[in-house]
Design a protein around this ligand. Structure first.
Ligand code: ARG
Length: 459
């Protein structure tokens, strides 16, 4: 048992208590942030005359040595230490002697862990953002190639109106673009340095908190020491953003699973991203999409867990907050592994354009356009709606598409119909006429794609 306290205690800690209390098994992944934070702290202490330059240099060398040895495998982080902070300090003192014991001057593990976690989350946010951008690039490519690939658009999972594949994929582009802006937004809010808050009430040493904040790439120091050690809002905001990303990935997965089914056959997932069945030889299962959809639950669980952990905590630090780590790490690992897998699956997926187009033609998705044709010829919309509805009914009975009706059949419902009805309700016209901003018409879509191109080159 290697712990940083004990002076006031008369008995050794019970082993079960020690194990229950220890966090090394999971906070060991903060080793890099812990050492970086300590390097900045010690530079500041020397600048302020609290440590000598020799002490500073010895500590810096020692810390860099520990970092290098952990990374090259010479030093492993084992459970004989209570937490990552104890591990670093014990190893430092073992390496450089008494100077190592001065590292913790003017610092508490409370501001130390607050800093480590913030820096870890900050890096994770950047990685999530990078992975989202990779996904957006693939979406952009698919859109570029499919501005005239017709498919049915659905409401209530019923064929509604024809759209294009570019338009459908573009909906996800918007979602993941918003996800990136959520990350940028929370990053801005979280990027303040809690180091120097001490246990809760700052310290009597003349620390330069602006200096450490700057050394560590923060926009400045936090402004209330009690809040600094007990704020985990940024974890909650990040988990919430991660949950939203998973919700988006899950919706997309659900569509891909449907589209990949025998009934739809809109897409074929590449062999590299599907799996077989142990009993049914014909099967090729969309496991990756299903797992992504399934893993959404554990990311939501981390958000719920964190919100619940924080809800009853009085100021300032309480040990409950040690529970901020495992769920957060799990959510980060989950999202940051789902994203590249999903991107790869999408990038290699085959779109069966003919099947999509045939499906759009079969579902009376141009019934609105029949009604619009009548409206353009002076028929009130409500009457036009019912004329078109009767034509659809007839087509259902005769098992054909609206386009298959003869002009006489059209005219049996309204004498307004002329030969140009066929052109007016062709799939091409139906989509291309939809030119409102954000609609699937090719010209409208091209404008949006232009702005996406600029967006991807800029951020
Ligand atoms: N392992 C602790 C955590 O993760 C570090 C801070 C401990 N502070 C304390 N006063 N016991 O929160």
């Amino acid at each position: 048992m290697a712990q940083l306290w004990g002076g006031r205690f008369t008995k050794a800690t019970d082993q079960m208590v020690y194990d229950f209390n220890a966090s090394i098994s999971f906070d060991k992944r903060l080793y890099k942030q812990d050492i970086e934070g300590s390097l900045a702290h010690v530079k500041m202490l020397a600048k302020q005359g609290i440590l000598t330059e020799e002490e500073r240099d010895a500590i810096i060398d020692g810390l860099n040595g520990i970092l290098a040895d952990v990374e090259n495998g010479a030093l492993s982080i084992t459970s004989e230490y209570e937490d990552i902070h104890s591990f670093v300090e014990a190893n430092l003192t073992a390496r450089i002697g008494d100077a190592g014991k001065k590292l913790h001057t003017g610092r508490s593990r409370n501001d130390q862990v607050a800093l480590d976690m913030r820096m870890y989350v900050r890096d994770a946010v950047k990685e999530t953002d990078r992975l989202l951008k990779e996904l957006l690039k693939v979406l952009y490519r698919i859109m570029e190639e499919n501005t005239d690939t017709f498919m049915p658009g659905f409401t209530h999972l019923q064929k509604a109106q024809p759209v294009t594949l570019a338009h459908h994929i573009g909906a996800y582009f918007e979602m993941f673009k918003r996800d990136r802006s959520r990350l940028a937004d929370l990053y801005k809010r979280m990027n303040y340095c809690p180091l120097g808050a001490g246990a809760l009430a700052g310290t009597t040493y003349p620390l330069d908190r602006d200096y450490t904040a700057e050394l560590l790439g923060f926009d400045g120091p936090t402004l209330n020491s009690m809040d600094s050690v007990s704020d985990r809002d940024y974890v909650i905001e990040y988990l919430s953003a991660l949950s939203t990303i998973m919700m988006h990935l899950s919706r997309f997965s659900e569509e891909i699973i449907l589209w990949n089914s025998n009934e739809y056959q809109f897409v074929e997932i590449d062999d590299a991203y599907s799996t077989g069945s142990s009993i049914m030889p014909q099967k090729k299962n969309p496991d990756i999409a299903e797992l992504v959809r399934g893993k959404t639950g554990r990311v939501y669980a981390s958000l719920m867990g964190m919100l619940t952990t924080m809800k009853g905590i009085p100021l300032a630090y309480n040990k409950d907050m040690q529970e901020d780590k495992e769920g957060t790490f799990d959510a980060i690992d989950t999202v940051n592994s789902c994203l590249p897998l999903f991107t790869g699956m999408l990038d290699t997926m085959k779109f069966n354009k003919d099947v999509m187009e045939a499906s759009a033609k079969n579902g009376f998705t141009n019934a609105t356009d029949v009604a619009d044709y009548l409206v353009n010829h002076g028929v009130p919309f409500r009457d036009a709606h019912s004329i078109s509805g009767r034509l659809v009914l007839r087509c259902i009975e005769e098992n054909k598409a609206l386009d298959d009706l003869t002009l006489d059949e059209f005219r049996s419902e309204s004498s307004v119909f002329e030969e140009d009805i066929y052109d007016a309700i062709s799939m091409k016209t139906c989509v291309e006429k939809r030119l409102t901003k954000g609609a699937p018409g090719e010209a409208a879509m091209r404008e949006v794609l232009e702005s996406y191109k600029e967006y991807l080159s800029g951020h």
